[in-house]
Ligand binder design. Structure first.
Ligand SMILES: Cc1cc2nc3c(=O)[nH]c(=O)nc-3n(C[C@H](O)[C@H](O)[C@H](O)COP(=O)(O)O)c2cc1C
Length: 367
């Protein structure tokens, strides 16, 4: 994209400074997206009970606030995978990014760099993994669905390593998801896994693509995951962990970190909220294993709640996409700034001078 095109896009998307709240960003995004794009972003599966539960579970977490705790300006900074972050936040990997802004993950990566957070880039991005890697300097993780031949997955992970990604986020998807809003709208998002597989991809990777889009062959078992992790030159975080059983299986297969997620309620309905299962996953994983959580993060106070319950960091999907839709790179920068400021004020009111001080002690337990 030329500088000229970029400035036309900036003009069209306007300045983000006018956004004073996350609610304002959401309203602007809704004005800019079509009804079908809005539904694509917000859809869950089935009756969307998990989607609703993800945010309701956060709403039900109450604080135990102290008086005269002596905290003036809390530090929102944290450390993850050897990086200093301005707050414990990652951009979640979401496909179809060009539906929300023409520069999609390119813009999200630049915003992540400017605000000091990490980015996870999906195989289903509208841009190739190399294009996203080259567009910014923030630390990046590459999300790939484990499917097809182990050797083809290892090849793709190696491509990601060569492009500068530091870690693989391994996901699993046994069958096509039942998303009624998309079915009713007959909406086919511009999700372009084709780009990552056909541009620079080998024959084995193209076969993987076929498998990925048509859901034909039986899916992977933990045994194949173990082979993949053994052969992969990057550390692997397993996404979609929702139980102690899967936490233990992922660690036994060689994962060095866990990603507690129900994909924002987009895989199968009637699963628990991620935040509900977090404490038992943390207990199973032990205190040292890094845990990232997503699904339902809407405010800085949600970040504080997730850390108090055992996460090391959180990821945001829809919030970041809303920032993109409202004002591209600037909209994502503003979204992250507002999340940081909300986290800052939450920490202060909880009597915590840093995120490390968040623990179950800040939670209110009904007598
Ligand atoms: C539009 C959209 C596309 C997504 N695509 C992917 C994807 O390609 N790969 C993936 O691992 N997760 C995908 N996700 C799930 C997100 O990574 C993340 O788990 C989810 O958005 C977290 O919930 P939240 O939206 O409440 O923050 C997608 C989410 C959305 C909203």
């Amino acid at each position: 994209m030329t500088a000229n095109t970029s400035s036309i896009i900036d003009e069209r998307f306007g300045s983000a400074e006018r956004f004073r709240t996350l609610r304002g960003i959401r309203q602007e995004a809704q004005c800019r997206l079509s009804a079908e794009q809005w539904n694509f972003l917000h859809s869950g599966t089935g009756d969307e009970t998990t989607l609703a539960r993800n945010t309701r579970a956060f709403d039900e977490i109450l604080w135990n606030t102290p008086l005269f705790a002596g905290v003036s300006s809390p530090n929102t900074g944290s450390r993850l995978f050897g990086h200093e972050l301005s707050l414990p936040l990652l951009v979640a990997p979401f496909g179809g990014d060009a539906e929300f802004h023409p520069e999609g993950h390119l813009a999200a990566g630049r915003a992540a760099q400017r605000t000091g957070i990490m980015q996870m880039v999906p195989v289903a991005s509208s841009f190739t993994l190399e294009e996203v890697a080259a567009s910014s300097q923030c630390p990046k993780l590459f999300q790939m669905t484990l499917v097809g031949e182990v050797s083809a997955c290892v090849e793709l992970a190696d491509r990601a390593r060569q492009a500068g990604y530091e870690r693989i986020v391994a996901t699993y998807s046994p069958l096509r998801q039942w998303r009624e809003r998309l079915m009713e709208d007959a909406f086919v998002p511009r999700v372009s896994m084709q780009r990552n597989f056909s541009e620079g991809g080998t024959a084995a990777q193209r076969a993987t693509l076929e498998e990925l889009v048509s859901f034909t062959a039986p899916r992977w078992s933990w045994q194949q995951v173990q082979s993949f992790i053994r052969e992969c030159d990057l550390p692997v975080m397993v996404k979609g962990v929702q139980s102690p059983r899967d936490a233990e299986a992922a660690l036994a297969a060689g994962a060095d970190s866990l990603y507690v997620s129900n994909y924002g309620g987009r895989t199968v309905d009637r699963t628990p909220a991620s935040i509900e299962v977090l404490p038992e996953v943390r207990a199973a994983a032990g205190p040292e294993v890094p845990i990232v959580l997503d699904s339902g993060i809407r405010r800085g106070s949600d970040i504080a709640a997730a850390l108090a319950l055992g996460a090391d960091a959180v990821a945001a999907g829809r919030l970041i996409a809303l920032g993109l839709a409202a004002a591209g790179e600037e909209g994502v920068v503003r979204t992250v700034e507002l999340l940081r400021d909300e986290l800052w004020t939450t920490l202060g009111h909880l009597g915590c001078s840093s995120v490390e001080e968040l623990s179950s002690e800040v939670l209110y337990c009904r007598p």
